[in-house]
Design a protein around this ligand. Structure first.
Ligand SMILES: [Zn+2]
Length: 167
C-alpha cells in the first residue's frame, strides 16, 4: 500500500535516480499510482510523492482521459512563450485536506521524451493542461515543488494554509 508524502517530507526534496530496468515491481507501483491519482481526483503523481526516489510518474490528460505512465521522462525543449495557470499538488494540502492552489507561470508547450511501460521510447509535443502537468511532475523528480516558483509573499500565504491542515 503506497502512502502519500506531504510537503515538509525530505523525500520530496531529493533528486531521483534514473530507472535502469523496468521491473514487475515498477509496473505494479505505476498501476497503484494511477489508482491513487484517480481516487484523489489528481491529474498527475510522481514516484517521490509515494516515497520512491526513482524517475517515473503517471499523469492524465483531463480532456481525453488518456493516462500516461512515464519512465525516465525528460523535457527536451520548452517554448519561450509562457502561460499563467492555477496549480495544485496532492502533496501540498490545506486545512480541509485538499490541495491548495496558486497561479504559476511556465512555458506554454514542451517536447517530452519518456519510456513507456512496454519499454518503448515515446516523444510528444504537449501544450495546454498536459504541458503544465508534465512540467509539474518532472519537477518532482528533481526535488522541486510548484511553490518554489511563487514570490516569497505568495509562498508564505500558501504555506500558512498548509500549516493550518488538521493532522
Ligand atoms: Zn505535485
Amino acid at each position: 500500500m503506497l502512502q502519500m508524502k506531504l510537503c515538509g517530507d525530505l523525500v520530496l526534496r531529493t533528486e531521483c535516480a534514473p530507472v535502469d530496468k523496468i521491473t514487475p515491481e515498477i509496473l505494479d507501483v505505476l498501476d497503484q499510482m494511477v489508482d491513487m491519482m484517480v481516487a484523489q481526483n489528481g491529474v498527475g503523481l510522481a514516484a517521490p510523492q509515494v516515497g520512491i526516489l526513482s524517475r517515473f510518474l503517471v499523469m492524465m490528460d483531463p480532456d481525453t482521459e488518456i493516462i500516461y505512465k512515464m519512465i525516465n521522462p525528460k523535457i527536451l525543449s520548452r517554448s519561450t512563450d509562457t502561460t499563467n495557470m492555477e496549480e495544485g499538488c496532492l502533496s501540498v494540502l490545506g486545512s480541509d485536506n485538499l490541495p491548495v492552489y496558486a497561479h504559476v507561470s511556465r512555458p506554454s508547450s514542451v517536447v517530452v521524451e519518456w519510456t513507456d511501460e512496454n519499454g518503448t521510447v515515446q516523444t510528444a509535443q504537449m501544450s495546454g493542461v498536459p504541458a503544465r502537468i508534465v512540467q509539474h511532475e518532472t519537477d518532482h523528480l528533481d526535488g522541486k515543488l510548484f511553490i518554489d516558483y511563487l514570490s516569497p509573499v505568495r509562498r508564505e500565504m500558501l504555506m500558512r494554509k498548509v500549516r493550518r491542515r488538521k493532522l
